[in-house]
Design a protein around this ligand. Structure first.
Ligand SMILES: CC(C)(COP(=O)(O)OP(=O)(O)OC[C@H]1O[C@@H](n2cnc3c(N)ncnc32)[C@H](O)[C@@H]1OP(=O)(O)O)[C@@H](O)C(=O)NCCC(=O)NCCS
Length: 204
């Protein structure tokens, strides 16, 4: 498998046909890992795709990866969620490419928001760290009830509740656009976009 044959792009409404597959991939991988996961319906995923808040990885017509963003707390925060790569396409650097694209999408649509994700996944923690995210306690994340209610489908929800939403098994990671990162380490969404366009041209 060659990563060059795979396109990672902002999802378009036509990509909503993959919503059921996305839900299945997320669910099956959560079962396999034995971890909790916020359950999503195909309708929820389709709505994320139709509202221009998703990124897909496609190998021809086959969906091989996905993630979406959502804003919380009146746009003060944006979460990147639902990252999944088809098991047959793992270890190619696809999650990195999808993360970079969701970062670009979030920064273009919500330039002033803090970005965050909550995860139990080591690869995701590694990727987030590379992009300048820092581990934080949940107190630093959004207090938007609707976000935390999304955890209800997770098998660890009772732990979150028992701790008054202050902690759970996930690690919270936050990217604050105001944090004083050295300029050359700061991901630049416009440069990312330029690089993607050049890659696309070279691909053709
Ligand atoms: C997590 C997941 C998205 C990674 O996808 P991927 O395309 O294989 O990841 P990449 O090839 O881009 O690798 C990203 C980094 O994670 C590391 N990594 C990948 N899989 C790993 C694993 N199982 N254990 C430890 N590190 C791993 C890679 O080495 C790489 O690190 P590096 O850049 O320092 O080399 C994929 O395994 C998956 O879909 N898992 C199930 C769903 C899931 O866990 N989603 C996250 C929910 S928050």
């Amino acid at each position: 498998m060659n990563k060059k044959d795979i396109t990672v792009k902002f999802a378009e409404p036509a990509d909503a046909v993959h919503a059921e597959l996305i839900v299945r991939l997320i669910y099956e991988s959560a079962l396999q890992r034995g971890t909790g996961i916020a359950k999503r319906t195909p309708e929820y995923i389709a709505q994320k795709i139709n509202s221009g808040k998703s990124v897909v990885a496609l190998h021809g017509d086959r969906l091989v990866g996905f993630s979406y963003i959502e804003s919380w707390g009146h746009g003060d925060f944006v979460a990147t969620s639902g990252l999944i790569v088809d098991p047959e396409y793992r270890h190619l650097g696809l999650a990195g490419a999808i993360k970079a694209k969701t970062f670009e999408l979030a920064r273009l649509r919500f330039p002033f928001a803090k970005l965050f994700s909550i995860t139990t996944s080591l690869p995701v923690m590694k990727l987030n760290s590379k992009m300048g995210y820092k581990p934080v306690t949940f107190s630093e994340l959004t207090d938007d009830n609707e976000f935390w209610e999304g955890c209800q489908g997770c098998k660890n929800y009772d732990i979150l509740q028992r701790n008054n939403r202050r902690m759970c098994l996930c690690t919270g990671m936050l990217y604050d656009p105001k944090q004083p990162l050295p300029a050359d380490e700061r991901p630049n969404p416009y440069m990312m976009k330029l690089k993607n366009s050049i890659n696309k041209l070279l691909h053709f």
